[in-house]
Design a protein around this ligand. Structure first.
Ligand SMILES: Cc1cc2nc3c(=O)[nH]c(=O)nc-3n(C[C@H](O)[C@H](O)[C@H](O)COP(=O)(O)O)c2cc1C
Length: 266
């Protein structure tokens, strides 16, 4: 334990690393609280204030560090920046005020269809760490991306793979807990979960930089996909508008149902 004493060498004024760590934890916690309280869905952004490019870049770079299922990163983030693109997205977001006044937007996209290349990417990453005989963890990793991911993500027009997955889950789950999966809906849920976590990282980062966001699911998915030239396998998770929020953009106090209706300790 390192000990710092005051410059007068007063032994009653000692600052231990434990004190310092407690203080740092307190500061982090307080700052995190500030960010959580600061983030509100703001639907009217100040027309005179631009969002600095570095705020967007930093936030997008933080976004890709979000937790995601099996590190498959089946997501894409389309930063809508130019005025002409922003204008194009206003009607696609059903003319919402949050879109009309947005200085920037980011479209959060799921890419379930990219599972093969992402599994291969992870496989190759693990392979590149192997020198000589692979260790147990490395072997497990290679099997995971080489065998488990294809089983989890592959599909065929007849639904055979879905039935195979459902059957495996059913039989393996008879005697002990087993991962329940099956059809395309399970796969879609999987990629949307990860993408929504990325969206939250982005919003908290923007809040930490002193700007505001509004997540939107009110949009025309078909037209948004067309505007971004996305293939059938891609889906829009949400669109987040960004800017410097105004008071008018906050529609009222924050209401939440009581904690005891949603938080359960067992
Ligand atoms: C997935 C999702 C979709 C949303 N879609 C819209 C939307 O289309 N338009 C809108 O004005 N707000 C939208 N919101 C914002 C919510 O209405 C808002 O988060 C909620 O009322 C809680 O308020 P707060 O974000 O200020 O805490 C959406 C939020 C989420 C998480």
């Amino acid at each position: 334990m390192s000990v710092l004493t005051s410059k007068h060498n007063d032994p009653t004024l000692v600052l231990t690393t434990s004190h310092i760590n407690k203080y740092i934890r307190y500061m982090y916690s307080k700052e995190f609280d500030n960010i959580i309280q600061f983030r509100r869905s703001n639907r009217a952004f100040d027309a005179s204030i631009e969002v600095p490019e570095e705020v967007m870049i930093k936030s997008l770079e933080r976004t890709v560090l979000s937790p995601n299922s099996s590190n498959m990163q089946l997501w894409e983030f389309y930063w809508i920046h130019s005025n002409s693109e922003l204008e194009k997205f206003v009607p696609l977001c059903l003319n919402q005020q949050a879109a009309k006044t947005a200085k920037e937007m980011v479209v959060f996209v799921t890419r379930k269809d990219k599972w093969r290349s992402r599994a291969k990417w992870n496989y190759e990453k693990i392979k590149s760490t192997i020198t000589g005989e692979p260790g147990k963890l490395q072997k497990g990793g290679l099997d995971y991306y080489g065998k488990v991911m294809p089983l989890l993500y592959s599909n065929d027009g007849l639904g055979i793979m879905s039935t195979v997955r459902r059957s495996i889950s059913f039989f393996m789950g008879l005697r002990k807990p087993f991962f329940r999966t099956g059809g395309v809906a399970n796969q879609r849920i999987m990629v949307h979960k990860s993408c929504a976590l990325a969206a939250q990282t982005f919003m908290l980062s923007i809040a930490a930089e002193g700007f505001h966001t509004c997540p939107m699911e009110g949009f025309d998915e078909m037209r948004v996909k067309r505007a971004l030239n996305l293939p059938r396998g891609a889906e829009i998770n949400m669109i987040i508008s960004v800017g410097k929020g105004t008071e008018e953009g906050i529609w009222g106090p924050r209401f939440r149902v009581p904690n005891n209706e949603v938080i359960f300790k067992r």
